[in-house]
Design a protein around this ligand. Structure first.
Ligand SMILES: [Zn+2]
Length: 447
């Protein structure tokens, strides 16, 4: 009898261990399956550690940006297209973590948690992107030898038509890519001092929190004294209003407006338009824009209101902010993947539409009209013929000896070209110079 009990016990133990093993394996597969699938030793999709078996990546017009041919991953035949789109498409070794080859690896290879890699023929899923390769090449050419980024998206639909980052490289070249941060997509992963483009946040906060915002005046005597320290302005603007101050980019006005608002209200507005948040583009995490003044003294807080002190801006966050102003306060989230189709051409995933209410329609309209005046008065409307561009430049100081970064942000009001844009050009001098010139060159290629 004892022997029977003992044997039964052993059988039960074996069954329990087997069940636990199956459960453990299943649990582990669910958790780690994607990681195992994309592990470079998996020869189904990788050859010698390089991604080879995945579907095609095309632009909005069907131009092939990358595809698998005879077991090899090949890019577009034109060097300019390869260089202009590599940060969006990604390299096959995974150095560009935000590129499609890394961020959408599972989708490209046709992986799902239930079936594993269900297509081993080398034909994964195809990604149709929203970018336009010819607009991207125009941005690459306009940036020239500068480091920087040009981001453009349709603020009514969310489609990103241009996402170019320099320095860049040709994935077909055997040379090791050179240039500082060559694998970084500056639109998604860069952060920069904003300079005067931050005045749009301070202006919006004034409209939201100060009843007399559109009629109030502050004094500017080539600057202003705050808490016994001097905050300089490039002009002597005397008694100046919000509308004029944005047109002339008056430091004294916006520093005093920041102090009038207080740290809490200005921070709240900044956070509503995307500061201090981890934004995502199509599920890909972006660098965070920072506005942090809780421990700042009055002069530093004054400087923060004009985009200096420790303010930091991620270009993608500003793209969303510009979209919010352009679209009556409602920012449609930009996206890059238009749709995913399987090897038989069936659509298996479409872009998710998402939006954020950033400001009231009234304040969006007020800001837009001030930005429109800005372009007419300062930047030369004829350079943006027919586009009805609304914009703001920024010149971001980056230490005493370096040439400042050049910013231009804004959007086209024309209904036929509903695009918002962010342009930053590193060490290129004043915003109304390199950045406006590059924006004009690229925007005129939009249809
Ligand atoms: Zn001034």
């Amino acid at each position: 009898m004892n022997r029977v009990i003992k044997r039964s016990f052993i059988v039960i133990l074996v069954v329990v261990l087997f069940a636990a093993g199956v459960f453990g394996y299943y649990f582990s597969l669910t958790l780690n399956g994607e990681g195992w699938m994309s592990y470079p030793a998996n020869k189904h999709i990788y050859t010698n550690g390089v991604l080879t078996k995945a579907g095609a990546i095309t632009d909005r017009n069907g131009v092939v940006l990358a595809k698998t041919e005879n077991g090899t991953r090949v890019y577009n035949s034109k060097k300019s297209i390869r260089k202009a789109t590599i940060h969006a498409v990604g390299d096959t070794k995974g150095f560009i973590s935000t590129g499609m080859h890394s961020a959408y690896l599972n989708e490209l290879c046709g992986y799902d948690a239930v079936n594993g890699v269900y297509n081993l023929s080398g034909k994964g899923n195809n990604l149709e992107l929203t970018i336009d390769s010819s607009v991207s090449v125009a941005a690459l050419n306009a940036l020239g030898s500068y480091s920087g980024t040009v981001g453009i998206y349709n603020y009514k639909t969310g489609e990103i038509v241009c996402m170019v980052s320099t320095p860049t490289f040709d994935p077909n070249s055997n040379d090791t890519p050179s240039g500082k941060g060559v694998y970084v997509n500056r639109l998604l992963s860069g952060v920069y001092a904003p300079g005067s483009i931050f005045k749009l946040v301070t202006a919006l906060s004034a409209l939201e929190n100060i009843n007399t915002a559109t009629t109030m005046h502050f004094k500017c005597n080539h600057g202003v004294t705050i808490a016994g320290e001097w905050l300089s302005c490039l002009g002597r603007h005397n008694n100046i209003s919000l509308d004029s101050a944005l047109k002339h980019s008056c430091n004294a006005f916006f520093a005093q407006t920041a102090l009038e608002l207080g740290r809490g209200d200005l921070t709240a507005t900044a956070e509503k338009v995307g500061f201090n948040k981890s934004l995502k583009m199509d599920g890909i995490p972006c660098a965070t824009s920072k506005y942090e003044v809780s421990d700042s003294n009055d002069i530093d807080f004054g400087w923060s209101g004009i985009g200096q002190h420790n303010d930091l801006v991620n270009p993608y966050q500003y793209l969303c902010f510009m979209g919010g102003i352009a679209n009556g306060g409602e920012s449609i989230s930009p996206y890059l993947v238009k749709k995913i189709t399987d090897a038989n051409g069936r659509t298996i995933k479409k872009a998710n539409r998402d939006s954020t209410k950033m400001m009231s329609e009234k304040n969006a309209t007020l800001l837009a009209s001030m930005m429109r005046n800005n372009v007419k008065l300062n930047y030369g409307d004829s350079r943006f013929k027919g586009l009805e561009v609304c914009g703001k430049t920024g010149t971001a100081e980056v230490g005493d000896k370096s040439t400042p970064h050049s910013w231009f942000v804004g959007f086209c009001k024309n209904e036929k070209t509903p695009y918002a844009f962010t342009v930053i050009v590193e060490n290129a001098g004043a915003g109304n110079g390199a950045a406006t010139r590059i924006a004009a060159a690229v925007l005129k290629t939009l249809k």
